[in-house]
Write a protein that binds this ligand. Structure first.
Ligand code: AMP
Length: 364
């Protein structure tokens, strides 16, 4: 089966062609201002003559979409209704879908949602402790994101350990530009750090992650900031960038090495937050078989892996310094032999997972 995968982001379009689960072509268009135009470009570049289906990444599937879904007009309408919950992402995802439908008429289009993997999260984790009626009326709930990555990485981790995913508990740490943690119990998401939007949880490149919600009221009432300005502050001018001026972990690490105090503090805030989620998810899961790092920072930044799991020996969590800093790139174990939980690095591949889920849906 030949599948085209389209991942339309707010500023880039990633694409890939897969034949029987193997990548045969792909690319990345950056600094995109018009997603439709970028997708048109992809469809002219890629050999899409005999594709069996197109798999689209869609960020927000609300509570309704729990699995990959064949796209028809009604599904498009539902994704459109979710735009207020993902104003930066769902519109570009929709634009990509519309162009692909237009240019490849008759080819099945499948939506693979970032939120879908998290629909197994139990109510005790999915609900915020606010008035239930207000929450229900307004769709206020923890939806979770990066689901495709958490699913792929947790299942690859089980395979790396020679275990059945359905019998394996994993804490996955997706540390990229955006960052989130997930407690995967027996192959299913049971808790995750992102919530109503991708702002909650871990410290990110330019997003704050958790803050006291009263920070928003305070900045509005006392500092006179508008809600748009606060939104911009927490999403674009916070996280590593807010703390030290750089949102790229490579820069933060370099400056920290040179003795820069702001960079060192940003690093500490970032790693402490990860450690707190590891502890919390250890407690929720009860038994943890593996802890897995993935995405740009998780796959490449050995100092982050080391610091965020330091001092957890009492929980059995140990990182082997030589394994952690080895120049290896692929899926690997970085804890000492025999340690439990096993600490791993597994490169994420959201496009491959989207291709596989698309093919699986069509084969049904
Ligand atoms: P992603 O969103 O998964 O593409 O991750 C992007 C982020 O990963 C970048 O903004 C960097 O902060 C980080 N990153 C990429 N390569 C490295 C590296 N070699 N060392 C540390 N951080 C890295």
């Amino acid at each position: 089966m030949k599948i085209l995968v389209l991942n339309c982001g707010s500023a880039s379009v990633k694409w890939g062609l897969y034949t029987d689960g193997k990548s045969v072509d792909g690319g990345l268009i950056e600094r995109v201002t018009d997603c439709s135009q970028a997708v048109r470009e992809v469809l002219f570049t890629a050999d899409v003559s005999d594709v069996d289906a197109v798999g689209h990444r869609v960020v927000h599937g609300g509570l309704r979409f729990t699995a990959p879904t064949l796209i028809d007009d009604a599904v498009l309408e539902s994704i459109t209704r979710l735009v207020p919950l993902a104003p930066l992402h769902n519109p570009v995802n929709l634009a990509g879908i519309k162009i692909a439908r237009e240019m490849l008429p008759g080819v099945p289009q499948v939506a693979v949602f970032d939120t879908a993997f998290h629909r197994t999260i139990p109510p005790a984790q999915a609900m915020y402790a606010i008035d239930v009626e207000v929450a229900q009326e307004n769709g206020i709930a923890r939806y979770g994101f990066h689901g495709t990555s958490h699913e792929y990485v947790s299942h690859r981790t089980a395979e790396l350990l020679g275990r059945d995913p359905a019998q394996t508990n994993v804490i996955t740490l997706h540390l990229g530009n955006g960052a989130s943690a997930c407690a995967v119990r027996a192959g299913r998401s049971s808790a995750t750090s992102m919530g109503l939007t991708p702002l909650e949880g871990l410290v990110m490149g330019s997003r704050s992650g958790n803050v006291d919600p009263a920070v928003v009221f305070h900045l509005h009432r006392v500092a006179g900031m508008s809600f748009d300005a606060i939104d911009d502050l927490l999403n674009q001018r916070s996280g590593l960038k807010g703390l030290c001026g750089d949102n790229d972990m490579r820069e933060v690490l370099r400056r920290r090495e040179e003795g820069d105090e702001a960079a060192a503090l940003a690093f500490d805030v970032y790693c402490d937050r990860i450690k707190m989620y590891v502890g919390a998810y250890y407690a929720l899961l009860g038994r943890v078989d593996a802890i897995t790092f993935t995405a740009g920072v998780g796959e490449n930044a050995a100092p982050v892996r080391e610091a965020s799991l330091s001092g957890l020996e009492a929980l059995g969590i140990v990182v082997d310094p030589a394994r952690n800093t080895a120049a290896e790139r692929g899926e690997r174990i970085i804890s000492p032999d025999g340690a439990s939980p096993v600490v791993c690095v597994v490169p994420t591949d959201e496009e491959l997972e989207i291709a596989n889920q698309t093919a699986e849906l069509l084969a049904r």
